[in-house]
Design a binder for this molecule. Sequence first.
Ligand code: UDP
Length: 462
Amino acid sequence: FARRHEIQVVMLPLPAQGHLNHLLQLSRALSARGLNVLFVTTSTHINQARHRVQGWDLHNFPIGFHELPMPSFSDQQPDLENKEHTFPVHFIPLFEALEDLREPFDRLIQSLDRNRVVIVHDPLLGWVQTVAAKYGAPAYVFNCFSAYFYAMKEKGLGLPDCVVSSKRCLPLSFLDFKSRQPDYLRLAAGHLMNTFRALESQFMREDYCEKPLWAVGPLLPQSIWTAKKGSTSSDVESCLRWLDGQHPASVLYVSFGSASSLSRQQLQELARGLEASQRSFLWVVRVADSARFTASDEARMDWISELLPEGYEGRIAGRGFLVRNWAPQLDILSHKATGGFVTHCGWNSTLESISAGVPMVTWPLHSDQFANSILVARELKVGVEVKKWTKADENELVMAEEVEKAIGRLMAEDGEGLEIRSRAKELGLAARRAVAEGGSSFKELESFIHHFTSILDERNND
Ligand code: UDP
């Protein structure tokens, strides 16, 4: 295949914000290498994906979008408000209904030129392999988790009791690929991981299902290293302007990702901890009530103000900046004023922080986040854990004093804080080197492209 643009790479992510992002970033990387990319997901998630690609150079590196009908699932309203650590349980019925995408996806693949189609899909959509096999299309799994998480699961090591035994662990059953989807690992043409050798080579299993494995990450826009702003809407501008006025490496960025939220009680403890830390902070406050996600910005602002401790916003004025909706996370992490990240350790956030050289206070809420937290704090030593998770108590709160203490350790100007910061900087440089021309991830992405091009070439020569 001399001409890459004749190949159609079809991406099928799990319809959930964090998972969409991994495959969108891969789409961008493949489009930049001349491949024709079709991003396929449900109508709701196409909108989210379009929101994520605002500001991307789609003119030069186009990505096509194809909409599948949203599966019908029971729209039970979960009682999130009184849970301390909340897995977004409203996802569960949707995840269960994802088999319904099989038929429309099958029709889509059938309509394409089977000699030119390559499929990349989320590990939680194992049935894609059977559709691919039906049409003889090479299909690859894009693993949206850290290699460390897989290694831990394989060995059954190290996951704290509270994770394994509690409701927070709920999604882990979805991640139990082998028992849920026994066939697909055998069928996959290969596996991609959003990580890089200098970060996780010791946890990567080359014999993974006896199929090739490519570490192609971190899949991120160059702006994370060049500090060139990626997006420009007005709410985005206001928080970046605020950062412009802060001292270098002085601000803590606080965010728990796109889907998780804290209970009222936990929110208040965090608020007090941030206040007591005496540090500047930029906090994305998300509310634990899915009904409020659709409320207007004003209504949400009022409600969040009510949740915070009495007189809070007045007391933190000038030192704390609250974001009530979508924050420009990449721009914030690559801003020179940002000195630390209080994070739930979603794999996107973890990779973004590592790439920007920003050390972390790790505060996992559920699923793979606990493994990522241990990777960051104990293995890579570029962060501190907000607390040690040892008890099987799912309702255990992180207290304000623990937040204050962890922040103090991370931001300390000497000793441990200094070492953590310098390691984080080095790791950020290593991430940049991995994806630069000639770097490990750069080469592995080329090797992946070569793999499917050769398969299609062989087929077309037969
Ligand atoms: N994100 C963002 N602004 C927000 C919240 C999230 O840009 O206000 C982005 C963040 O940069 C990351 C993704 O959303 O790319 C969150 O993914 P992650 O895997 O960290 O967590 P999840 O949302 O899946 O729990």
